[in-house]
Structures are given as C-alpha cells and as structure tokens.
Write a protein that binds this ligand. Structure first.
Ligand code: NAD
Length: 498
C-alpha cells in the first residue's frame, strides 16, 4: 500500500515516526493509501529547514520571486486535471468541482504574481527640513498553514502563494483525510525553481499541530477548519506570541423574499446546498423563505433535489459525490433523524441511498427538511453534508434577526428583485460575505475572504490585501542626510517638523 509522506527540505520523506493513518476513497469506501503522521521531531526538522531557507529567500529580489510564481502557475495549469482527479479520489467531490477549486486557488497565485506592486511602500519627501519618511513591509519568517479536508488544494492556496511571495518560508499541515494534493503542489514548487525549504509539508494530526503552535521559530499561523478547533488554535498560538488568523465553521442562511423569482432561487439554492455534498464552508444550509413564497419554493427545490445524480465523483455525469468518511455519513444521518424527531418534516430523504457498483461508498442523498426551528439540533449544528433546512419566516425583520442571532457569520445571501431590500439586507446583516442573488459569494482573490463572529478568530481575513498585510509587518524609516555645512538642530524637546 502507498504511503503518503511529508515534504521537508525539498524532498519527500516518510519522517522519523512510524505512526500512520488510512486514507480512504469515499466513493468505494476502501482504504487506498496510508498517510504518515509527523512526530514532534519531524516538525522540528521542517521548521529548521524553513528557518534556513527564510534567511536567503527573504533576501531574494522581487523579480526572482515573481519569476518562480509565474512558473508555478504555468506548471499547475498544466497539471490541474491530474490534481483534480487526486482530490476526487480522496475527498469524493465530482472532478469538475475539484477542477473548480484548483482554478480558484490559481487565482490567488495570479494575484501573488503582482507582488512587486502589492509590496510597494510609501514615501514622503521633506517632512521636515532635510528629513524624509518612508515605510515598507518585511516578511515575518516561518509561517504555518493548517487546513481542512474540504478544499485540499484551494484553501492552502489562499495562504502559501502570498506568504511565499512576501518572502516567508511556509509549512503546510494539510488534512490527514486527503493529503495527496499537498505533495503534488510541493513538486510543482520544486519544478518551478523554489529553493528547498521555502515550502514544506508536514502530514499529521494534533501532535504535529501542537508542535507547530508551540515552536518558538514559527512566527504566524493561518488556520481553516471547524470552530472548536479554530478557537483552540487561536488561543494556543496567540498565547505563544504568534500572529494568528483562524477561520472556523459556518451556518449559511439564504433569505428568499416574496418578490424573488422562484425558479431562479430554487436552482441556485439546490446548487449551493448540495454541490460538493454540502461540504463547503460557504454552502447554504438554511433557506429562510419569507411569507407565501415558502410553498412554491419548497415544491420546486424538492423537485430539483430529487433529480440530482449522485455517484462516484470520477463519473462526469454525476453532480454529487459521497461525503468524506463513514463517520461523517453517520453523523449527518443522525442529525436528520434527530431533526425529524424534534418536529421537522423530511420533504426529501437522503438517508438511505444505494449507488450501484459503489455499495460500500459513504453516500448520503440530498435531503430537504421543512419547518425547522432554531431550537432544533439540526439547525444549531453545522451539518456539513447535503442537507437543506427550510426555516420559515413571516417578515424580513424576522429573517434578518434569525441570521444575526446565529453564532456563525461566514456567508449569507438574499434572493429578491428589490434593490431597497437588498441594500437593507447587506447593511444590517452581521456576516462577513454577502451575496445578492448570488448564493455562494466567495470573493475573488484580489479581495479578502473571511467571516464574522464564530467563523473567524483574529483580525485578518485571508488572501487579497489582508493576506499581504497578514504575512508582512511594517517598518517606517525617518531619514536625514545632513549637508556637511548644516548646523545641528539637536534638541532635548520632542522632535517636531520645521
Ligand atoms: P477540522 O477542524 O476537523 O480540521 C482542520 C484541521 O485541523 C486539519 O488539518 C486537522 O488535522 C486539524 N485538527 C483536527 N483536530 C485537531 C485538534 N484537536 N487539534 C489540532 N488540530 C486539529 O475541520 P475539517 O473537518 O477538516 O473541515 C471542515 C470544517 O472546516 C468545517 O467546519 C468547515 O466549515 C470549515 N471550513 C471553514 C472555512 C472558512 O473559510 N471559514 C473553509 C473551509 C472549511
């Protein structure tokens, strides 16, 4: 059986520990590889390599960095299909969806290719007589990315293109459930000419994570994953004096106003709820129809949900693959059953589904629940599966209040034909990313991505301008080159401009 190793100091290694974990193919339910789980010593090796590399990489010219970033982009473009298939085999999502995540990641690389422009400082001439003032930003050092299973290519690419472009050395700790994409990305960096040690991969679990969070030579940590872990990571890493951005889970609502186009809203809701089997942090999991639109909307959504083709992600005719593990499948099924017990009506039931030829796969079918209330567990939990709950509201005020009372604040959307309602919605709702007739409002790479409330701990969103700011710190230089003939104006008073 294949063992998926780490990438340390420019090469793959199985590391110093013999701890391993199975990697499944969720469509077949079979173990297809083992992944090495790093020991504390492995983490120390990676940090030592990254620290050495940082000393020279941080001093490399912007032209050299840009050249390597462009080369990386070309290589990834060439191998994007291969990367997408590797993602499908470990994550389960359909290959066209995996290709989409590679594309969205590539857009961050393209943004990072503009690093000479992004790192431009500021200069003020003659702020006082003979005195100039300028500022610029420098990289932090060794920075770490800890990432979730649901976007094994895109989420790391929210981080490392910008971190590396800014002159940092990067250590990726990917999800142990779908680790192969990270090694492919490491090979591409090597082939693009990135010096050894600037990009490292440490596979592993909590042991690796804690060793990274506690290492004195790690300057900053970017985390994306579930809220309880995000909170813990933020607390532990900030207590250790590191800069941290920790993105957590989500419960994304979509409001559908009575003036919305029912068919348009239904089609977008179904794609946003069931695409990638609902395993997206921006998936819509709660639909909040306002007033009388609820009935026709429910009917159309049910019709569309029943028509979704579920099966192996490798088959291009399928629209939805399995969920990631058997444990995830069991948890999702239990939540649906719990919802039914607490009074929800199961309008479309995905609990029992058989995919011919893939009987052992981790499949849950699209599920639609009606009359869900905010007290039910199925509403309170982040399901992270193909379940859409209808939480009916009688007014826009009630709908907005429901969203604002929810502890998560990642994404939300409104379906309406009223500009006035849309404007009111985006101004009043306490959520980081908002769609107006756009159900999954993931910002482009040149904007920043991040939620509010329990969906993000720390001050910085990821990628875009905030990514550059996260991976650098500012210096401000006040400079004077006195002419030899000038008289000294040294004074014991606090300096003011003349
Ligand atoms: P997870 O929190 O279980 O794991 C994320 C990472 O943390 C993995 O690398 C994992 O190995 C590590 N980890 C797990 N348990 C740990 C522990 N006890 N201590 C230290 N590290 C630990 O998340 P997941 O199941 O891989 O991913 C799904 C979650 O990620 C969902 O909650 C989803 O909403 C969230 N997510 C959020 C965003 C966002 O932008 N806010 C994006 C993608 C995914």
């Amino acid at each position: 059986m294949r063992t998926i190793g780490h990438w340390i100091d420019g090469r793959e290694t199985s590391g110093r520990s013999d701890r391993q974990q199975s990697v499944f193919n969720p469509a077949t339910g079979q173990v297809q590889a083992n992944v090495a789980l790093a020991s504390v010593e492995d983490v120390h090796d990676a940090v030592a390599s990254a620290s050495r590399a940082f000393a020279t990489w941080s001093d490399s010219s912007l032209s050299e960095r840009t050249k390597i970033l462009f080369a990386f982009r070309e290589l990834m473009n060439r191998r994007a299909d291969e990367l997408a298939v590797a993602i499908t085999d470990e994550h389960g999502k359909v290959t066209s969806d995996a290709r989409g995540e590679v594309q969205r990641g590539l857009e961050v690389v393209e943004f990072a290719c503009g690093i000479p422009q992004l790192l431009k400082g500021e200069y003020s001439d003659q702020v006082s007589s003979g005195v100039d003032l300028f500022s610029y930003r420098q990289p932090l050092g060794v920075v770490v990315g800890i990432t979730p299973f649901n976007f094994p290519a895109m989420v790391p690419m929210w981080m490392y293109p910008i971190a590396i472009a800014c002159g940092n050395a990067f250590i990726l700790k990917p999800s142990e459930r779908d680790p192969s994409a990270s090694l492919l990305m490491a090979e591409l960096w090597r082939d693009a000419g990135l010096p050894d040690g600037v990009f490292n991969v440490v596979q592993g679990d909590v042991t690796a994570v804690n060793a990274l969070l506690d290492h004195p030579d790690v300057a900053a940590v970017s985390f994306v994953g579930s809220t309880p872990i995000a909170r813990t990571i933020h607390e532990r890493a900030t207590a250790n004096g590191k800069r941290v951005q920790a993105l957590g889970g989500a419960k994304n609502h979509s409001i559908i106003l009575p003036d919305a186009d029912v068919d348009f809203a239904a089609k977008h809701l179904v794609a946003a709820a069931f695409g990638s089997a609902g395993e997206r942090c921006m998936a819509i999991s709660a639909a909040v129809p306002v007033g009388a639109i609820a009935e026709p909307l429910l009917e159309r959504v049910a019709e569309l949900a029943n028509a979704i083709k579920v099966g192996s992600g490798r088959d291009a005719t399928n629209e939805m693959g399995p969920v990631v593990t058997s444990a995830a499948r069991d948890r999702i099924v239990e939540l649906i059953t719990g919802g039914e017990r607490q009074g929800a009506r199961v309008a479309v039931d995905g609990r029992i589904i058989t995919v011919p030829g893939f009987e052992e796969g981790f499949f849950v079918g699209p599920t639609l629940l009606d009359h869900v209330t905010t007290e039910m567990d199925v509403y309170r939990e982040e399901i992270f599966g193909p379940v859409l709950s209808f939480v009916r509201a009688q007014s826009v005020d009630e709908a907005i209040a429901t969203i604002n009372a929810n502890p998560y604040g990642n994404g939300t959307a409104i379906f309406t034909s009223s500009g006035e309602s849309a404007r009111r919605f985006h101004r009043e709702v306490k959520v980081g990313m908002i769609g107006i007739n756009v159900p999954i409002p993931v910002p482009m790479a040149y904007f920043s991505f991040g939620g509010w409330k329990d969906s993000l701990f720390g001050d910085h969103h990821v990628h875009g301008p905030e990514g550059v700011s996260f991976y650098t710190r500012a210096k401000v230089v006040t400079s004077r080159w006195p002419e030899r003939s000038a008289t000294s104006d040294a004074s014991f008073s606090f300096p003011t401009s003349k």
